[in-house]
Design a protein around this ligand. Structure first.
Ligand SMILES: CC(C)(COP(=O)(O)OP(=O)(O)OC[C@H]1O[C@@H](n2cnc3c(N)ncnc32)[C@H](O)[C@@H]1OP(=O)(O)O)[C@@H](O)C(=O)NCCC(=O)NCCS
Length: 170
């Protein structure tokens, strides 16, 4: 699934290229992001954003510069068709509604152009800003995945699985 450039009111989404790797690694290394996304360096960004065939990685462009990254992971098994999403914004762009705009923009496109009917996202249970943002887009809690993700301290943290059906997009 190749995604085109998508333009919203205040931001744009476009595929990550090799040139974006340093700025994405810088964003993901900010403490406000690393707390939830884990440790990143350029090699990990390159591996996930450019070399993983399952992931379409998009730059969230705000004010003409890379302001974050959005991963689109399409389940290819037709019987379990859905898209898993993940997003991170640089600290200076957090809490200003960009997260919900980016998610609405990509979900809207995936429904309209690819006929997708279901989306998932899985913040840590303690990531209140992320959960509020996702609820504002229409995601609903499914349940808690216990000891789902490893935190920066090496300990396991619970994750909240959330999903959204196409006709629930807000
Ligand atoms: C999660 C993230 C993508 C959300 O995007 P965003 O643009 O910051 O989100 P929005 O501004 O659309 O919404 C954030 C909401 O959380 C609220 N919020 C912010 N900080 C909060 C906190 N500490 N506790 C509770 N709510 C908080 C905001 O007030 C807002 O809600 P409101 O509009 O109802 O008032 C972004 O904050 C981010 O990149 N965070 C760091 C990385 C991360 O956690 N990624 C998600 C991993 S699943």
């Amino acid at each position: 699934m190749a995604l085109p450039d998508l333009r919203g009111e205040r931001l744009a989404l476009r595929p990550v290229t090799d040139r974006d790797v340093p700025s994405i690694a810088t964003i993901l290394s900010e403490p406000e992001v690393a707390r939830w996304w884990g440790r990143y360096d350029r090699a990990r960004v390159r591996r996930e954003a450019l070399e993983d065939p399952a992931v379409e990685a998009l730059v969230v462009e705000i004010d003409g510069e890379p302001g974050g990254v959005l991963y689109v992971n399409e389940e290819r098994d037709a019987d379990f068709r859905h898209v898993a999403l993940d997003i991170a914004l640089a600290a200076r762009f957090q809490g200003r509604g960009y997260g919900r705009e980016a998610l609405r923009l990509v979900i809207d496109h995936l429904i309209a152009a690819h006929g997708h009917h279901r989306f998932t996202i899985d913040p840590e249970v303690g990531n209140e800003a992320a959960i509020r943002c996702y609820e504002a887009v229409g995601f609903r809690p499914v349940g808690v995945m216990r000891r789902y993700t490893r935190g920066l301290d090496g300990g396991w943290a619970d994750g909240l699985l959330m999903d959204l059906l196409a006709d629930e997009l807000l």
